[in-house]
Design a protein around this ligand. Structure first.
Ligand SMILES: *[C@@H]1O[C@H](CO)[C@@H](O)[C@H](O)[C@H]1NC(C)=O
Ligand SMILES: *[C@@H]1O[C@H](CO)[C@@H](O)[C@H](O)[C@H]1NC(C)=O
Ligand SMILES: *[C@@H]1O[C@H](CO)[C@@H](O)[C@H](O)[C@H]1NC(C)=O
Length: 408
């Protein structure tokens, strides 16, 4: 099948009776039909050692007042084949919801009032982690389905400001590691391998910034093996959305994304009640091997404690970690485990099971009602990495879906 001969996006509407697709369902509503749309991002071309980090505005997305039940994605080539991570590493993709003033097309230079981000419920600033959906290399092996009768409500006309319409943008960050000298170094965005000393705006990097997103921005080049030649190729992010039409029987869930680097700080010149979330999104793991006798003890533990302004019932939880990740756990104020999520490492060659890569994250689906976060409760996020070798640009995020009420 030649995907290029199809229109940019194609969509299947498959009516899956809800009963069949329910693995966690308690509440059944036979008349609700889960619809599924399969879409393609705009094509991007990439060559050995190169980074693609682009933003696509107004992407294809289901319209109307709906509840999203699932969002999955993967990188494919022009034949529709899944591309393995050791060829094109998917650093991340994120999908952001926004309202755009009608009649304005995206030029890359809109005033803020023409394009308003509709961020998730927190806790980091919307411009950093405001996405509704997003994953990295683990995208093929991570369950993201939302159980019945819950869903992420979007497209409610009553919530949209007058003169605006709802849109979505997509960011795909991919690194082609064919023929590179140091594959792990390239996917961890080590600055020396990219020969980067200033960021994409020309600002000098801190001397202790060894690697991370500031060193692998769009069109940067990672160091290659001498003499390697490989063809450029065209790729797509193929994403699949499942949804149901909105009805009063659906219970909405709020999206929270917690970041282990988040430290609450009093904002400048205001009273101490005014706290600001300072999210760095990524961090470095230092190697312990120099002063540790037993390398198996080498665990880097990061922790942060953050108050959840609103609580609710946890419906779904998953962490995001990079290579080296061991486990991440979210604890309640009394020390109870809210959710623990473990990276799954690949063991083979095929896409979805690439040896040594994080190809999935384990997830939590507590029995709805059994795990509750209180309003204002301080939760603690812990992210463990192996420090038997250093790691640059790692992440410790936690994605939570919380329902403020249970179904009647
Ligand atoms: C963007 O908009 C501002 C304000 O309207 C204008 O001054 C500036 O020249 C524009 N920049 C580009 C690249 O079009
Ligand atoms: C690295 O960057 C410096 C200055 O930006 C340049 O002079 C040098 O040739 C680059 N080295 C490589 C190997 O590309
Ligand atoms: C992280 O490692 C510490 C020290 O070994 C351990 O006590 C803790 O339970 C670990 N946490 C997670 C989330 O694995």
């Amino acid at each position: 099948m030649q995907l290029v001969s199809l229109s940019q996006a194609y969509i299947f509407l498959s009516a899956v009776p809800l009963l069949l697709s329910l693995s966690h369902g308690l509440w059944k509503k036979e008349s609700n039909i889960i619809k599924e749309g399969v879409f393609l991002s705009p094509k991007f071309d990439i060559g050995p050692g190169l980074v693609e980090n682009r933003y696509y505005y107004d992407i294809d997305f289901p319209r109307g007042h709906i509840a999203i039940k699932d969002f999955t994605a993967e990188v494919i080539d022009e034949e529709g084949n899944a591309v393995p991570l050791y060829e094109t590493y998917l650093h991340h993709w994120i999908v952001v919801r926004y309202y755009r003033r009608k009649g304005v097309t995206h030029t890359g230079n809109e005033s803020n009032s023409d394009q308003v981000t509709v961020a998730n419920s927190g806790l980091c600033p919307p411009e950093l982690l405001g996405q509704y959906f997003g994953l990295g290399s683990e995208t093929r092996g991570t369950t993201t389905e939302i159980p019945e009768p819950f869903g992420i409500e979007v497209g409610n006309p009553a919530e949209m400001p007058d003169g605006y319409e709802e849109k979505w943008w997509l960011n795909v960050h991919a690194i082609d590691t064919r023929g590179v000298e140091d594959r792990l170094g390239c996917i961890e965005c080590q600055c020396d391998l990219y020969n980067i000393t200033v960021d994409s705006n020309g600002q000098p990097l801190r001397p202790d910034y060894l690697g991370g997103l500031l060193c692998c921005y769009d069109k940067t080049q990672c160091r290659m093996k001498e003499g390697f030649e490989g063809p450029r190729r065209n790729l797509y992010l193929r994403y699949t959305v499942k949804w149901v039409d909105w009805s009063d029987l659906i219970v909405p869930v709020q999206i929270y994304i917690l970041d282990v680097t988040d430290t609450l700080q009093a904002s400048n010149g205001s009273n101490s009640k005014d706290l600001k979330h300072n999210c760095e999104v990524e961090y470095q793991v230092e190697s312990c091997s120099k002063n540790q006798k037993d390398v198996s003890d080498c665990i880097d533990v990061r922790r942060t404690s953050l108050p959840m302004p609103r609580g609710g019932y946890v419906i779904y939880g998953v962490a995001h970690q990079h290579i080296g990740g061991i486990c991440s756990t979210l604890y309640g104020q009394d020390g109870r485990v809210i959710c623990s999520s473990i990276p799954i490492y690949g063991t083979g060659k095929e896409a979805g099971n690439e040896e040594g890569y994080v190809v999935g994250m384990s997830t939590c689906y507590p029995q709805p009602g059994s795990v509750k976060i209180m309003d204002g409760e301080t939760v603690t996020l812990e992210s463990n990495y192996s420090s038997s070798r250093p790691h640059a640009g790692v992440m410790g995020l936690f994605y939570l879906l919380v329902a403020e009420q249970l179904p009647n």
